[in-house]
Design a protein around this ligand. Sequence first.
Ligand code: 4AD
Ligand code: MG
Length: 478
Amino acid sequence: MNRIKIIDLLKSTDFDKAVIVKGWIRNKRFSKNVAFIALNDGSTINNVQIVINNPEDELISKCTVGASLSVEGKWVQSQGSKQAGEVAADKVEILGLADPDAYPLQPKKHSLEFLREIAHLRFRTNTFGAIFRVRHAMAFAIHKFFNDKGFVYINTPLITASDAEGAGAMFKVTTLDIDNPPRNEEGKVDYKQDFFGRDTKLTVSGQLEGELAATALSEIYTFGPTFRAEVSNTTRHLAEFWMIEPEMAFYDINDNMDLAEEMLKYLIKYALDNCASDLEFLNNRLIEEEKTKPVNERSGMTLIEKLNFVISNPFARINYTEAIDILQNSNHNKKKKFKYPIDKWGIDLQSEHERYLVEHHFKSPVIVTGYPKEIKAFYMKLNDDNKTVKAMDVLFPQIGEIIGGSEREADYNKLVTRMREMGVPEKQMSWYLDTRRFGSVPHSGYGLGFERLILFVTGMSNIRDVIPFPRTPGNAEF
Ligand code: 4AD
Ligand code: MG
């Protein structure tokens, strides 16, 4: 007889049939002559109830929270109203004990901070089980979305010799002895002797290589880890995060915005359609969490209402200049409630400004385009005003920027001019410039921060809680 997964068993109405289930004890209750065990195998948020009649004392003492079991028994209709069926156990085998004095997870609410310290065990909680099932579903849905549209999945390198975009500090990759590196005649570290014969780093983005593929395969996407060594200890930044970067030949900035909006709505709808019990759990979790906040900080909508709202309303689309006007004239700005006051055109938007536009002004996701060229990357297409670029940031409630992208500068001369102005080494990037030298086409793309998407869909508020093993300044445990 084969093991049946709990998710399938709970749907079964095939009562009085023999079954084998395996999993970990989440909870237990003993009464006279009978033991009730809540068993979970991670296939669903829901536990199956195991009923053991006349259990031996030794078995009871070993059935502690966290221990793993294999149970043979009969799937029977339940007396209780909470579940349709339960397993009447004939044979219970303990696969692994969990010393109750040492096992840190008990059937009670643990704080997220505490669980972060035991990230190796937090998969075993309802909250993290739900989050990582949703994360999986979103990864799958991303591949499905692009595959159904005929996009080609491209793996771009993680080790790179180019600083793609000046997107921030990079991690060095080297096999040199850092205590005693070889030096050249000028006394500088001699990277010619390093593994790759040059100075290499972990990539901040797969975009530039993605453009090489898109200018032949037309529509591609990447989905991989990226690395940024900025010391930004916020609830929205990781040093190692996953990014999805589609890149499309023949798309202008409007096509790019349309695709980004369609993709986000598709992904959120996919979660609503396929992760119902996990989202219901996360929805209730958030309702409880909101109750602990001051009334003025509570969100007016539940998680599921928020997700439904986003899929059923168009995103607002404005340009940077309009955004600055709105922010500068807002009461919030006049009352000096922004940490970074808006005093002039040209400044970069901070997350507090992005969230103000989304949460207070438009009350919907917002796509901002036409940013000043000075605050954006060299490859973005210059507008006719010579001042702004065809950039787009998609801003979401609670998150701020979830997507950053642009139409790319397809004109060789204009691109080289921007590179010189911004100090991007032309020679080192000749492979990139070749796309503009041979059969250049209008093209566009964007990057979706995968963990920021998961934050939004799960309603969690700290990015460390939506990636299994977060990498942040000072933290590379596990
Ligand atoms: O806006 P960014 O820096 O854009 C790029 O890297 C472009 N190459 C994308 C492209 O056009 N192909 O990053 C894209 C997204 C951000 O909008 C954000 O969601 C996420 O990546 N992101 C981070 N997520 C977690 N931790 C960080 N440190 C992040 N930095 C960016
Ligand atoms: Mg950005």
